[in-house]
Design a protein around this ligand. Structure first.
Ligand code: COI
Length: 354
Protein backbone atom coordinates (compact mmCIF):
# COMPACT_ATOMS: atom_id res chain seq x y z
CA UNK A 1 0.00 0.00 0.00
CA UNK A 2 1.35 3.43 -0.95
CA UNK A 3 0.78 6.07 1.71
CA UNK A 4 1.52 9.74 1.05
CA UNK A 5 2.83 11.50 4.15
CA UNK A 6 2.49 15.27 4.55
CA UNK A 7 3.76 16.36 7.94
CA UNK A 8 2.42 19.39 9.79
CA UNK A 9 4.35 22.66 9.75
CA UNK A 10 2.71 23.70 13.03
CA UNK A 11 3.18 20.95 15.61
CA UNK A 12 1.00 21.39 18.69
CA UNK A 13 2.29 21.65 22.25
CA UNK A 14 1.86 18.25 23.89
CA UNK A 15 -0.38 18.24 26.96
CA UNK A 16 0.41 16.82 30.40
CA UNK A 17 -1.09 13.33 29.87
CA UNK A 18 -1.97 12.87 33.53
CA UNK A 19 -4.16 15.99 33.44
CA UNK A 20 -5.95 15.81 30.07
CA UNK A 21 -9.60 14.78 30.07
CA UNK A 22 -10.37 11.68 27.97
CA UNK A 23 -10.82 12.20 24.24
CA UNK A 24 -9.87 15.82 23.59
CA UNK A 25 -6.08 16.11 23.18
CA UNK A 26 -5.60 15.11 19.54
CA UNK A 27 -2.23 14.52 17.91
CA UNK A 28 -0.79 16.40 14.94
CA UNK A 29 -1.83 14.05 12.13
CA UNK A 30 -4.55 11.76 10.84
CA UNK A 31 -4.70 8.88 8.39
CA UNK A 32 -7.29 8.92 5.61
CA UNK A 33 -8.21 6.76 2.63
CA UNK A 34 -11.21 6.55 0.35
CA UNK A 35 -13.26 3.75 -1.12
CA UNK A 36 -15.37 3.45 -4.21
CA UNK A 37 -16.60 0.36 -6.04
CA UNK A 38 -14.36 1.02 -9.04
CA UNK A 39 -11.03 1.76 -7.37
CA UNK A 40 -11.50 -0.06 -4.07
CA UNK A 41 -9.52 1.53 -1.23
CA UNK A 42 -7.26 4.27 -2.56
CA UNK A 43 -5.55 7.57 -1.87
CA UNK A 44 -4.08 6.51 1.48
CA UNK A 45 -2.46 9.48 3.20
CA UNK A 46 -1.24 10.85 6.50
CA UNK A 47 -1.91 14.58 6.71
CA UNK A 48 -2.10 17.26 9.43
CA UNK A 49 -5.10 16.79 11.77
CA UNK A 50 -7.77 19.10 10.39
CA UNK A 51 -11.45 19.41 9.54
CA UNK A 52 -12.60 17.30 6.61
CA UNK A 53 -15.02 18.32 3.86
CA UNK A 54 -18.08 16.15 3.23
CA UNK A 55 -21.17 16.65 1.12
CA UNK A 56 -24.19 17.68 3.21
CA UNK A 57 -25.90 14.78 1.43
CA UNK A 58 -23.33 12.20 2.62
CA UNK A 59 -25.14 9.07 3.79
CA UNK A 60 -23.36 9.07 7.15
CA UNK A 61 -25.21 12.27 8.17
CA UNK A 62 -28.62 10.94 7.26
CA UNK A 63 -28.64 7.21 7.88
CA UNK A 64 -25.76 6.85 10.32
CA UNK A 65 -23.69 4.38 8.29
CA UNK A 66 -20.60 4.50 10.51
CA UNK A 67 -18.48 2.10 12.56
CA UNK A 68 -15.48 2.76 14.76
CA UNK A 69 -12.87 1.14 16.97
CA UNK A 70 -10.89 2.08 20.05
CA UNK A 71 -7.42 0.72 20.76
CA UNK A 72 -4.36 2.00 22.55
CA UNK A 73 -0.61 2.44 22.06
CA UNK A 74 1.67 2.38 25.11
CA UNK A 75 5.22 3.47 25.88
CA UNK A 76 7.15 0.57 27.41
CA UNK A 77 9.81 1.15 30.12
CA UNK A 78 12.56 0.81 27.49
CA UNK A 79 10.98 3.62 25.45
CA UNK A 80 9.41 1.47 22.72
CA UNK A 81 5.87 1.93 21.47
CA UNK A 82 3.45 -0.99 21.34
CA UNK A 83 -0.21 -1.50 20.51
CA UNK A 84 -2.50 -3.92 22.33
CA UNK A 85 -4.29 -6.49 20.14
CA UNK A 86 -4.76 -4.27 17.07
CA UNK A 87 -5.59 -7.36 15.00
CA UNK A 88 -8.65 -8.03 17.21
CA UNK A 89 -9.89 -4.47 16.72
CA UNK A 90 -9.37 -4.55 12.97
CA UNK A 91 -11.20 -7.84 12.64
CA UNK A 92 -14.10 -6.56 14.79
CA UNK A 93 -14.26 -3.45 12.61
CA UNK A 94 -14.87 -5.65 9.59
CA UNK A 95 -17.62 -7.52 11.48
CA UNK A 96 -19.23 -4.18 12.34
CA UNK A 97 -18.80 -2.95 8.73
CA UNK A 98 -20.52 -6.08 7.43
CA UNK A 99 -23.52 -5.37 9.68
CA UNK A 100 -23.80 -1.78 8.45
CA UNK A 101 -23.22 -2.65 4.75
CA UNK A 102 -19.97 -0.69 4.72
CA UNK A 103 -17.07 -1.94 2.56
CA UNK A 104 -14.65 -4.43 4.09
CA UNK A 105 -11.17 -3.27 4.96
CA UNK A 106 -8.08 -5.18 3.99
CA UNK A 107 -6.82 -6.14 7.47
CA UNK A 108 -3.13 -6.11 6.49
CA UNK A 109 -3.60 -2.67 4.97
CA UNK A 110 -5.10 -1.33 8.19
CA UNK A 111 -2.27 -2.83 10.26
CA UNK A 112 0.25 -1.11 7.96
CA UNK A 113 -1.69 2.14 8.27
CA UNK A 114 -1.75 1.91 12.07
CA UNK A 115 1.99 1.22 12.28
CA UNK A 116 2.88 4.02 9.87
CA UNK A 117 0.55 6.47 11.58
CA UNK A 118 2.09 5.63 14.94
CA UNK A 119 5.61 5.95 13.63
CA UNK A 120 4.71 9.52 12.54
CA UNK A 121 3.01 10.23 15.92
CA UNK A 122 5.52 8.33 18.08
CA UNK A 123 6.46 11.38 20.14
CA UNK A 124 2.81 11.66 21.18
CA UNK A 125 2.79 8.32 22.99
CA UNK A 126 3.13 9.38 26.64
CA UNK A 127 5.44 7.65 29.09
CA UNK A 128 3.74 8.28 32.45
CA UNK A 129 2.27 5.16 34.06
CA UNK A 130 -1.48 5.09 33.52
CA UNK A 131 -1.37 7.13 30.32
CA UNK A 132 -1.50 6.04 26.68
CA UNK A 133 -2.39 7.09 23.16
CA UNK A 134 -6.01 6.24 22.38
CA UNK A 135 -6.42 5.41 18.70
CA UNK A 136 -9.79 5.83 17.03
CA UNK A 137 -10.22 4.25 13.57
CA UNK A 138 -13.53 5.18 11.95
CA UNK A 139 -15.23 4.09 8.72
CA UNK A 140 -18.25 5.86 7.25
CA UNK A 141 -20.37 6.13 4.10
CA UNK A 142 -19.88 9.18 1.88
CA UNK A 143 -22.30 8.48 -0.99
CA UNK A 144 -24.16 11.68 -1.94
CA UNK A 145 -27.57 10.10 -2.19
CA UNK A 146 -30.62 10.31 0.04
CA UNK A 147 -32.27 7.17 -1.32
CA UNK A 148 -31.82 4.05 0.78
CA UNK A 149 -29.28 1.85 -0.93
CA UNK A 150 -26.05 -0.10 -0.49
CA UNK A 151 -22.85 1.84 0.14
CA UNK A 152 -20.58 2.60 -2.83
CA UNK A 153 -18.34 5.31 -1.39
CA UNK A 154 -16.69 5.45 2.01
CA UNK A 155 -13.86 7.01 4.00
CA UNK A 156 -11.60 5.30 6.53
CA UNK A 157 -9.84 7.54 9.01
CA UNK A 158 -7.51 7.12 11.99
CA UNK A 159 -7.16 9.82 14.63
CA UNK A 160 -5.57 9.59 18.08
CA UNK A 161 -5.52 11.43 21.39
CA UNK A 162 -3.38 11.39 24.51
CA UNK A 163 -5.29 9.95 27.46
CA UNK A 164 -4.94 9.28 31.16
CA UNK A 165 -7.79 7.71 33.15
CA UNK A 166 -11.20 7.52 31.52
CA UNK A 167 -12.79 8.49 34.84
CA UNK A 168 -11.26 11.39 36.70
CA UNK A 169 -11.29 9.37 39.92
CA UNK A 170 -9.27 6.57 38.33
CA UNK A 171 -9.93 3.19 39.96
CA UNK A 172 -12.58 4.41 42.41
CA UNK A 173 -15.73 2.23 42.33
CA UNK A 174 -18.70 3.67 40.47
CA UNK A 175 -22.42 3.15 41.00
CA UNK A 176 -24.62 2.01 38.11
CA UNK A 177 -28.31 2.60 37.53
CA UNK A 178 -29.97 -0.45 35.97
CA UNK A 179 -31.96 1.08 33.11
CA UNK A 180 -35.69 0.34 33.10
CA UNK A 181 -37.00 2.32 30.14
CA UNK A 182 -34.55 2.63 27.24
CA UNK A 183 -32.78 -0.36 25.72
CA UNK A 184 -29.42 -0.24 23.97
CA UNK A 185 -29.93 -2.98 21.43
CA UNK A 186 -32.00 -6.01 20.49
CA UNK A 187 -30.97 -9.33 19.02
CA UNK A 188 -30.94 -9.00 15.25
CA UNK A 189 -30.11 -5.32 15.62
CA UNK A 190 -26.67 -3.71 15.75
CA UNK A 191 -25.73 -4.43 19.39
CA UNK A 192 -22.68 -6.54 18.54
CA UNK A 193 -21.38 -3.95 16.07
CA UNK A 194 -19.33 -0.99 17.22
CA UNK A 195 -21.39 1.62 15.43
CA UNK A 196 -22.06 5.20 16.43
CA UNK A 197 -25.82 4.63 16.44
CA UNK A 198 -25.59 2.30 19.44
CA UNK A 199 -23.89 5.03 21.43
CA UNK A 200 -26.29 7.73 20.23
CA UNK A 201 -29.24 5.57 21.30
CA UNK A 202 -27.61 5.09 24.70
CA UNK A 203 -27.00 8.77 25.38
CA UNK A 204 -30.42 9.67 26.81
CA UNK A 205 -30.36 7.00 29.51
CA UNK A 206 -26.74 7.82 30.32
CA UNK A 207 -27.57 11.50 30.80
CA UNK A 208 -30.55 10.68 33.02
CA UNK A 209 -28.44 8.33 35.15
CA UNK A 210 -25.73 10.97 35.55
CA UNK A 211 -28.27 13.58 36.54
CA UNK A 212 -29.37 11.22 39.34
CA UNK A 213 -25.76 10.88 40.52
CA UNK A 214 -24.87 7.54 38.89
CA UNK A 215 -21.78 7.05 36.83
CA UNK A 216 -23.66 5.31 34.03
CA UNK A 217 -26.33 2.73 33.28
CA UNK A 218 -26.36 -1.03 33.28
CA UNK A 219 -28.35 -2.21 30.26
CA UNK A 220 -30.80 -5.06 30.33
CA UNK A 221 -31.85 -7.05 27.25
CA UNK A 222 -34.33 -5.41 24.92
CA UNK A 223 -36.72 -8.36 24.60
CA UNK A 224 -37.57 -9.72 28.04
CA UNK A 225 -35.98 -6.83 29.89
CA UNK A 226 -34.67 -9.00 32.63
CA UNK A 227 -31.18 -10.12 31.62
CA UNK A 228 -28.08 -8.04 32.33
CA UNK A 229 -26.25 -7.09 29.11
CA UNK A 230 -23.49 -4.47 29.48
CA UNK A 231 -22.59 -1.14 31.05
CA UNK A 232 -22.80 2.15 29.16
CA UNK A 233 -19.91 1.70 26.74
CA UNK A 234 -18.22 -1.20 28.55
CA UNK A 235 -18.75 -4.91 29.24
CA UNK A 236 -19.56 -6.06 32.75
CA UNK A 237 -18.13 -8.89 34.89
CA UNK A 238 -18.71 -10.33 38.34
CA UNK A 239 -16.60 -12.31 40.76
CA UNK A 240 -19.40 -14.61 41.81
CA UNK A 241 -18.74 -17.38 44.29
CA UNK A 242 -15.09 -17.37 43.24
CA UNK A 243 -15.93 -17.69 39.53
CA UNK A 244 -15.65 -14.98 36.91
CA UNK A 245 -19.14 -14.53 35.47
CA UNK A 246 -20.16 -12.34 32.54
CA UNK A 247 -23.23 -12.11 30.27
CA UNK A 248 -22.90 -14.43 27.28
CA UNK A 249 -22.55 -12.85 23.85
CA UNK A 250 -25.99 -13.05 22.30
CA UNK A 251 -25.82 -10.67 19.36
CA UNK A 252 -26.86 -7.58 21.29
CA UNK A 253 -23.72 -7.29 23.45
CA UNK A 254 -20.45 -5.81 22.21
CA UNK A 255 -17.77 -8.54 21.97
CA UNK A 256 -15.15 -6.50 23.83
CA UNK A 257 -11.44 -7.07 23.23
CA UNK A 258 -10.75 -6.29 26.90
CA UNK A 259 -13.57 -8.67 27.88
CA UNK A 260 -12.03 -11.47 25.84
CA UNK A 261 -8.53 -10.77 27.19
CA UNK A 262 -9.71 -10.85 30.82
CA UNK A 263 -11.55 -14.14 30.31
CA UNK A 264 -8.37 -15.67 28.86
CA UNK A 265 -6.19 -14.41 31.72
CA UNK A 266 -8.64 -15.60 34.40
CA UNK A 267 -8.91 -19.04 32.78
CA UNK A 268 -5.11 -19.29 32.76
CA UNK A 269 -5.12 -18.55 36.48
CA UNK A 270 -7.32 -21.59 36.88
CA UNK A 271 -10.38 -19.52 37.67
CA UNK A 272 -13.70 -20.92 36.52
CA UNK A 273 -15.19 -18.64 33.89
CA UNK A 274 -18.90 -18.57 33.05
CA UNK A 275 -20.46 -16.76 30.11
CA UNK A 276 -24.16 -17.08 30.73
CA UNK A 277 -27.49 -15.36 31.06
CA UNK A 278 -27.76 -13.35 34.30
CA UNK A 279 -31.09 -11.97 35.45
CA UNK A 280 -31.29 -8.65 37.27
CA UNK A 281 -33.15 -10.38 40.12
CA UNK A 282 -30.44 -12.98 40.69
CA UNK A 283 -27.73 -10.33 40.44
CA UNK A 284 -29.36 -8.14 43.09
CA UNK A 285 -29.98 -11.13 45.34
CA UNK A 286 -26.39 -12.32 44.93
CA UNK A 287 -25.06 -8.84 45.75
CA UNK A 288 -27.21 -8.78 48.90
CA UNK A 289 -26.21 -12.23 50.14
CA UNK A 290 -22.53 -11.75 49.31
CA UNK A 291 -22.32 -14.34 46.52
CA UNK A 292 -21.27 -11.51 44.22
CA UNK A 293 -17.98 -10.57 45.81
CA UNK A 294 -16.82 -8.08 43.20
CA UNK A 295 -18.17 -6.39 40.09
CA UNK A 296 -16.40 -4.37 37.42
CA UNK A 297 -16.76 -3.01 33.92
CA UNK A 298 -14.11 -3.46 31.25
CA UNK A 299 -13.29 -1.81 27.94
CA UNK A 300 -10.39 -0.28 26.05
CA UNK A 301 -10.91 3.29 27.20
CA UNK A 302 -11.26 2.65 30.94
CA UNK A 303 -9.59 -0.82 31.02
CA UNK A 304 -11.20 -1.91 34.32
CA UNK A 305 -13.68 0.11 36.39
CA UNK A 306 -14.79 -1.32 39.75
CA UNK A 307 -18.52 -1.21 40.47
CA UNK A 308 -19.47 -0.30 44.04
CA UNK A 309 -23.23 -0.75 43.75
CA UNK A 310 -26.37 -0.97 41.62
CA UNK A 311 -29.74 0.74 41.74
CA UNK A 312 -32.91 -0.77 40.26
CA UNK A 313 -35.71 1.70 40.71
CA UNK A 314 -35.88 2.39 44.44
CA UNK A 315 -33.81 -0.66 45.36
CA UNK A 316 -30.09 -0.24 45.98
CA UNK A 317 -27.41 -2.85 46.58
CA UNK A 318 -23.76 -2.42 47.49
CA UNK A 319 -20.90 -4.57 46.19
CA UNK A 320 -17.79 -5.27 48.26
CA UNK A 321 -18.48 -2.38 50.66
CA UNK A 322 -18.07 -0.03 47.68
CA UNK A 323 -14.36 -0.84 47.50
CA UNK A 324 -12.20 -2.19 44.67
CA UNK A 325 -11.90 -5.97 45.09
CA UNK A 326 -8.71 -8.00 45.20
CA UNK A 327 -9.45 -9.86 41.96
CA UNK A 328 -10.47 -6.66 40.15
CA UNK A 329 -7.15 -5.10 41.19
CA UNK A 330 -5.20 -8.20 40.13
CA UNK A 331 -6.90 -8.26 36.72
CA UNK A 332 -6.25 -4.55 36.26
CA UNK A 333 -2.58 -4.91 37.24
CA UNK A 334 -2.02 -7.93 35.00
CA UNK A 335 -3.72 -6.48 31.95
CA UNK A 336 -2.17 -3.03 32.22
CA UNK A 337 1.18 -4.66 33.06
CA UNK A 338 1.08 -6.46 29.69
CA UNK A 339 -0.16 -3.35 27.91
CA UNK A 340 2.56 -1.08 29.32
CA UNK A 341 5.25 -3.72 28.76
CA UNK A 342 5.92 -4.06 32.51
CA UNK A 343 4.79 -7.70 32.64
CA UNK A 344 5.61 -10.48 30.19
CA UNK A 345 3.11 -10.98 27.40
CA UNK A 346 2.67 -14.75 27.14
CA UNK A 347 -0.13 -14.32 24.59
CA UNK A 348 1.71 -12.24 21.97
CA UNK A 349 -1.03 -9.63 22.24
CA UNK A 350 1.29 -6.65 21.98
CA UNK A 351 2.54 -5.41 18.61
CA UNK A 352 5.65 -3.22 18.53
CA UNK A 353 5.86 -0.14 16.35
CA UNK A 354 9.25 0.66 14.75
C1 COI B 1 -13.69 2.17 24.15
O1 COI B 1 -13.62 1.67 25.27
O2 COI B 1 -12.71 2.20 23.38
C2 COI B 1 -14.94 2.74 23.63
O3 COI B 1 -15.08 2.87 22.46
C3 COI B 1 -15.97 3.20 24.59
C4 COI B 1 -16.24 4.67 24.51
C5 COI B 1 -17.37 4.96 25.42
C6 COI B 1 -15.05 5.51 24.88
Amino acid sequence: MKVQVRETKNPKTKPDPSKVPFGVAFTDHMFLMEYDDEKGWHDARIVPFDNIALSPAAVVFHYGAEVFEGLKAYRTPDGQVQMFRPDANISRMNDSAERLCLPQLNEEMVMTALKLFLSVEKEWVPDQYGTSLYIRPVLFATDEDLSLHGIHHATFMIIACVVGSYYKNGLQPVELLIEKDDVRAVRGGTGYAKCGGNYAAAARAGEKAEAKGYSQVLWVDGVERKYVEEGGGMNVMFVWDGKLVTPELNGSILPGVTRRSILTIAQDWGMKVEERKITVDELLEACKNGEVQEAFMCGTAAVVTPIGGFAWGEEKVVVNYNKIGEMTRKIYDTLTGIQWGIKKDPYNWTVKVD
